[in-house]
Design a protein around this ligand. Structure first.
Ligand code: SF4
Length: 208
């Protein structure tokens, strides 16, 4: 799951009427791959009975802004997850001006799943920790996680690799990528982006 994708030329990419920075300043969206209006996925992840959290099997890119937030909750997260903080991330740190904080680290994969995935039940222990403490999950969960199965690259809002290449296990089982992530897009980028995307969505044939 969840790697900011390398952009390539696509006939489906159309410009937005303005540039839309995220609430963190970056990324700044200036175009969209209209494939976000066509592809579909299950959407209601915790109601899914067949995925077994497959989209968490490869870990996630954690932007440095959220890395610092996770570190500020390290004691509580260690207690909740049972995983010491020095096992949360790989050693590699990537620098990317599109990432909040200027770069990212990658969560460790342990026994075929992100180190933060709940091994006894379903879902994400970072998310569970936030809910249990009355925290907005956006405070600790990385941007790339919350936008999945959409992502961004070089200012383009686009499907994540798994949604693009057909390996996302719940493809074609629910609403469109855009409708599934629309609320998150509004949270990060504001109502102006939603108005622009709604207008573009109206011009794209709705797949049956
Ligand atoms: S941080 Fe949570 S939602 Fe993101 S990949 Fe890991 S377990 Fe899944």
């Amino acid at each position: 799951m969840d790697t900011a994708r390398a952009a390539g030329p696509s006939p489906e990419i159309v410009p937005l009427p303005a540039s839309f920075p995220s609430r963190y300043g970056v990324p700044v969206l200036s175009a969209v791959d209209v494939a976000i209006f066509g592809g579909r996925y299950f959407t209601h992840c915790m109601q899914c009975s067949f995925c077994r959290d497959a989209c968490c099997s490869e870990g996630v890119d954690v932007d440095l802004l959220h890395l610092h937030a996770l570190e500020a909750h390290a004691d509580g997260l260690e207690a909740r997850t049972g995983v010491p903080r020095d096992r949360w991330f790989t050693q590699q740190r990537s620098y990317d001006p599109e990432m909040p904080g200027g770069g990212s680290v990658r969560t460790q994969v342990v026994d075929g799943a992100c180190v933060f995935r709940d091994r006894r039940g379903r879902g994400c222990l970072v998310h569970a920790y936030c809910l249990e403490r009355g925290l907005d999950y956006h405070t600790l969960k990385p941007l790339v996680d919350c936008l999945f199965p959409l992502t961004f690259s070089e200012g383009i809002l686009c499907p994540a690799d798994e949604a693009e290449d057909g390996t996302l296990i719940c493809l074609d089982t629910g609403p469109t990528f855009y409708r599934g992530v629309r609320e998150e897009l509004g949270y990060y980028f504001g109502e102006g982006l939603l108005r622009a995307l709604d207008a573009l969505e109206g011009g794209v044939p709705n797949p049956s």
